[in-house]
Design a protein. Structure first.
Lengths: 535, 301
């Protein structure tokens, strides 16, 4: 069978610098091929080059480049436009911005039908509803008239997929299609894509996470710095990775098995023993509403010195509100928070302020919490209560502690990578020598390999200083890796809590069970996702 | 929406009150001020005192003034010996023609330049930017003079002055519309370029859309948002520019009336012009507020 897409020695450069340096790849009809790599590895550019969309200022060269059985270098712009959508549909990350936010999802899907003239004008509205139905959107008539911001993350991602398959292309290119989605939603979207594939559509899947592609891909290409370092059948690559980089990527995926190892090196690591007699932070019967909605409903927790308390739940479960209550940034409507067994909530700010250095925050997107005009050095120095002369030295100490070179102090946060920014945020939080670090989705915006570095760093810090941590995440693997005990939250309530190994190994609550079952596993499971599960 | 209307009414009330306070605080006798350079006889003085209720307490005068305004009575110009409403009504037509033509010219030029150059090569962008910069930084009267000397005096294509026929409208509309096109063009192009870099633009291209369709169906709507936000400035530029343009091109209109009223200190007319511009401001900003909601439905929820 001839392949849908074939490139040999693909090279893409932007103003002289090579981003893709010799990638060979082919996708056969009905096949699922995955490209895995971290940001900057050239995986997205490779995928877009296949659609002639490498971007402005790009130069694409290849020894051979065939799309739909024809030489792509001979394509006219009109040829390319016919292929886009008609031959290959593109699904990007985060439909909130990947669909036009000002237009209804129905209009977005209908646009594909009109562009490729696959449904006569009078049938288009009907076809849009059929497509939404086919990707599992309930009540399509209502949803078609809504805009992306009115839909949940899962529903709008389904709508985006509906627009990609509207002209029934034989190939879907999905670039991080599940990144930033909750685990259960991610599992649903992967099932949906698997269902399309079972129906005969080929799939080119791009991801930074090997675990995500494991369940669905036939073949995997691992990319690093614009080159393919390893490729082969998914099962073989995952079971016996030949290249060191693939092994690093696999080891970087946090899970139950990685609890006592360093994610970046695979070496064993010590875990501090929590001091159960020293209660640092505790909340009892915490309730908080926004308007009529109870966002946090009767939640209690205790955190001891040197302990990590994981909080898992999906978006909207009240995790971040709980973090704000723990930080003393929000007063509970009912219940109380104590710090070292003394009142922390319901205090006058004047009394609380001297205690604020005890509890520090590391948030998901540190860039938002940095003044963009300040240098890194100034950002880290701000909360320090030390004399001016000692301040610079302390900043350099902190930078060294989080593994950043001293020159970083003079740079601005925008010039740093996501992982470096998160290190700066951690250095700033460590500055006042806190007893508690509240980490709110601290690694959710990072690639697996960078996530591994940040998680290792947090673990080192905890071992060294005995800092207690509240670790909030939607990722069960991450929580399983870092936490001692865990709270599982749903709709503002704690549905289950206990020792992390216990809760995840033998979940009692059905919701916890669903969460645990949704976690993608890097080792291909015997029961692969199939069309039967596509809903 | 009701809050929006309330705010509009408050602005109108404030404009009416401010011009009234200005009248009271102006140095000299209020009657003298109202007469201005007009004929000054005991009969006229008595008429003014009766009309403005100047023999009554100030609060009563003020309320009576608001009451008259509410009934659409803008008072009387003692210089022109006519009702102010009548004076303005006779001149409003040419001004509406001019401002609408200028607004249309400005918007159309801005759209053509922005759509033609957004995301294109360096040179077209640089050329458009330079043209925009010139049109923004050169005062409208200078543009008007240049247009007049080239197209009227030298080439003789358009009449030098007056408001007879569409030909007489071309140069004034250009003079007033060019600075608007300059600013609006920059804002539109910036908006278009930002929109074309968004992920949804990649999705749209991956659907097989042409660049033209991408701009027309997706990017333009995003670019309109910042442009609409500039409506306040836009309205002000048109109203202020109309005065200069009408005088320069010898066109009848409110600008001429306002100019004469100010130079001859015809206070009732000046006050009415202030009120009228407040009404125009409030109406246009309310309409654009509605337009904003239509363009970006996200702000409704």
């Amino acid at each position: 069978m001839t392949s849908l897409v074939t490139v040999e020695d693909l090279r893409v450069s932007f103003t002289g610098s090579d981003v893709v340096r010799g990638v060979s790849l082919s996708v056969a009809p009905g096949e699922c091929v995955a490209i895995v790599g971290e940001s900057g590895s050239g995986k997205s550019v490779t995928a877009r080059a296949l659609l002639g969309l490498a971007g402005p200022g790009s130069a694409v060269r290849a020894a051979a480049f065939r799309v739909a059985g024809r030489d792509a270098f001979a394509f006219t712009p009109a040829d390319w436009r016919r292929l886009r959508g008609g031959f290959a549909g593109l699904v990007l990350q985060d439909a909130l911005v990947s669909l036009d936010p000002l237009r209804t999802v129905g209009a977005e899907i209908a646009e594909v039908l009109a562009t490729h003239d696959v449904a006569p004008r009078g049938r288009r509205a009907e076809r849009v509803l059929e497509l939404l139905e086919a990707v599992g959107v309930p009540d399509p008539a209502t949803r078609a008239g809504q805009r992306p911001h009115q839909l949940s993350g899962g529903l709008r991602q389904r709508a985006l997929i509906a627009s990609a398959i509207a002209a029934d292309p034989p190939l879907i290119i999905a670039d991080e299609p599940t990144t930033a989605l909750d685990v259960t939603v991610q599992a649903q979207i992967l099932r949906l894509l698997a269902g399309r594939r079972a129906a005969g559509t080929a799939l080119l899947l791009i991801s930074h996470d090997l675990a995500v592609v494991a369940s669905i891909a036939d073949r995997v290409l691992v990319m690093k710095d614009g080159r393919v370092v390893e490729e082969g059948p998914t099962r073989d690559v995952l079971a016996a990775p030949a290249h060191a980089y693939t092994r690093t990527l696999l080891a970087a995926v946090p899970s139950a098995a990685s609890r006592s190892t360093r994610l970046t090196t695979g070496e064993p690591r010590g875990r501090p023993t929590p001091d159960r007699s020293a209660q640092v932070l505790a909340g009892t019967g915490l309730t908080r509403s926004y308007g009529p909605r109870r966002v946090v409903d009767d939640v209690s927790f205790t955190l001891h010195a040197g302990e990590t308390l994981g909080v898992v739940g999906e978006s909207g479960s009240g995790k971040t509100t709980l973090a704000r209550l723990a930080l003393g940034l929000l007063e509970p409507d009912a219940g109380q928070v104590t710090l070292h067994r003394r009142p922390w909530s319901h205090r006058r700010e004047r009394e609380r302020r001297p205690l604020r250095p005890r509890v520090q925050l590391v948030s998901q997107n540190p860039l938002d919490s940095f003044d963009p005009r300040h240098t890194v050095g100034r950002l880290i120095a701000e909360p320090l209560r030390v004399h001016r002369d000692a301040r610079h030295e302390r900043v350099l100490d902190l930078l060294a502690r989080v593994g950043l070179p001293p020159e970083t102090a003079a740079r601005h946060p925008r010039e740093l990578s996501g992982g470096q920014r998160q290190r700066v945020a951690i250095a700033r939080a460590l500055g006042p020598r806190p007893d508690v670090l509240v980490c709110d989705e601290p690694v959710s915006a990072l690639d697996v390999s960078i996530q591994a570095q940040v998680l290792d760093l947090l673990a080192d810090i905890q071992t060294e200083y005995g800092t207690a941590m509240v670790f909030i995440s939607h990722d069960l693997g991450v929580v399983h890796h870092v936490a001692d005990r865990v709270l599982v939250m749903k709709d503002g309530r704690v549905v289950e809590e206990g020792d992390v190994a216990e809760v995840f190994a033998r979940p009692r609550h059905p919701y916890t069970r669903t969460l645990v079952d949704s976690v993608p596993r890097p080792v291909p499971s015997p029961h692969r996702l199939d069309a039967a599960g596509a809903a | 929406m009701i809050r929006r209307l309330g705010a509009g009414l408050a602005v109108l009330w404030a404009a009416a009150t401010a011009s009234y306070v200005a009248l009271l605080l102006a140095p000299g006798d209020t009657v003298d001020i109202l007469i201005g350079d007009g004929a000054d006889t005991p009969e006229i003085r008595a008429g003014i005192i009766a009309e403005w209720g100047l023999d009554r307490p100030e609060i009563v005068q003020y309320l009576a003034y608001l009451w008259r305004l509410l009934h659409g009575d803008l008072g009387r110009s003692y210089q022109l010996q006519r009702g102010v409403g009548e004076v303005l009504a006779g001149q409003i037509g040419p001004t509406v023609q001019l401002t609408l033509a200028a607004a249309a010219t400005g918007v159309a030029l801005a759209a053509v330049i922005a759509i033609g150059t957004a995301g294109r090569g360096r040179w077209p962008r640089a050329a458009a930017s330079a043209a925009e910069l010139v049109s923004v930084s050169v005062p409208p009267f200078l543009i008007g003079i240049v247009l007049l000397s080239v197209f009227s005096f030298t080439l003789g294509w358009f009449p030098v002055s007056g408001a007879e026929g569409p030909a007489a409208l071309v140069l004034p509309a250009l003079a007033l519309g060019l600075p608007i096109a300059g600013v609006l063009g920059q804002v539109l192009r910036g908006g278009l370029e930002r929109a074309l870099e968004q992920p949804f633009a990649v999705t749209a291209r991956a659907r097989g859309l042409t660049e033209r369709a991408l701009v027309a169906r997706h990017a333009l709507r995003h670019a309109l948002l910042p442009a609409v936000t500039m409506a306040g400035w836009f309205t002000g530029a048109l109203l202020g520019g109309a005065v200069i343009t009408e005088v320069l091109f010898g066109r009848p209109g409110l600008g001429q009336v306002a100019m004469q009223a100010v130079t001859s200190q015809d206070m009732p007319v000046v006050m009415a012009v202030v009120l009228l511009s407040a009404v125009v401001y409030v109406t246009i900003s309310t309409l654009l507020d509605l337009a904003y909601r239509v363009i970006d439905p996200r702000i409704r929820s």
